[in-house]
Design a binder for this molecule. Structure first.
Ligand SMILES: O=C(CO)[C@H](O)[C@H](O)COP(=O)(O)O
Length: 239
């Protein structure tokens, strides 16, 4: 069954596909909203649009290939023109929590490789303050329990209270990311000074990357169930 949220995601995906131009090297995000974009992009490719994509996950790679979108990688094309991705939460500055789909590491690398990053969302993910969505933190399997202890120590030192962090499971199985790592999901309720927290988390040995995306988005497309969408520009002086 198609929900109103699905319709909003499709509207955002269609709007983002209209931002793509011939010759562009594109970052292709992960998750259902990004996949709505990939499907809309594939329709434009079928109509003759000439682009090449770098996928942020094996799931996106498989989808793009199945729809006839040409792919490359960052070793061949280290600079991208446009990255399009989704988010789990977006605050009024465009800062985000990402990683609900376990692809945050490649998503951050690809967003940073892109001249412009456009984030697709529906109204339900726009929040006044980040933190209700549990913050994903990608950790190396080696020493994960010790890394987790250090993460918990850092967060408690900042005054956060939360249950002991556990690694993400799906269908009872430990989730392993495309880069072979594990994920912690930590519900912090309301994150204060997300920029500092993002930097400090990445100082912990064993933390590969965290799901706080600070000043990564250049623009946001908000899709609506009626099929309309709005493009909002952010951080015009950022780069
Ligand atoms: O960060 C992500 C994957 O790591 C996704 O962008 C995020 O989880 C949103 O997913 P969806 O579009 O399915 O709601």
């Amino acid at each position: 069954m198609t929900t109103t949220q699905d319709l909003a995601k499709q509207a955002a995906g269609r709007a983002a596909a209209q931002l793509c131009r011939d010759g562009m090297r594109l970052g292709l995000g992960s998750g259902s909203t990004s996949h709505a974009f990939v499907r809309a992009l594939a329709e434009r490719v079928a109509d003759g649009l000439d682009v090449v994509g770098v996928p942020t996950s094996t799931a996106t790679r498989d989808l793009a290939l199945s729809l006839g979108i040409r792919l490359t990688d960052l070793d061949t094309d280290p600079r991208l023109d446009l990255a399009v991705d989704g988010a789990d939460e977006l605050d009024p500055h465009g800062d985000m929590i990402k990683g609900g789909g376990a692809a945050l590491l490649r998503e951050k690398i690809i967003a940073r490789a892109a001249e412009r990053t456009v984030i697709l969302t529906d109204e339900s993910k726009l929040v006044p303050q980040l933190g209700r969505f549990p913050l994903p933190i990608e950790v190396l399997p080696f020493g994960w329990a010790s890394t987790t202890r250090l993460v918990a120590e850092l967060l408690r030192g900042h005054g956060y209270e939360f249950p002991d962090p556990a690694r993400r499971l799906k269908d009872g199985e430990l989730v392993v990311t495309d880069s072979g790592n594990h994920l912690l999901d930590i519900g912090l309720t309301a994150i204060r000074d997300a920029a500092t927290l993002a930097l400090e988390l990445n100082q912990i040995p064993g933390v590969v990357e965290n799901g706080l995306f600070i000043q990564v988005a250049d623009a946001v497309v908000v899709g609506r169930p009626d099929g309309s969408s709005e493009l909002r520009e952010l951080h015009p002086q950022r780069r």
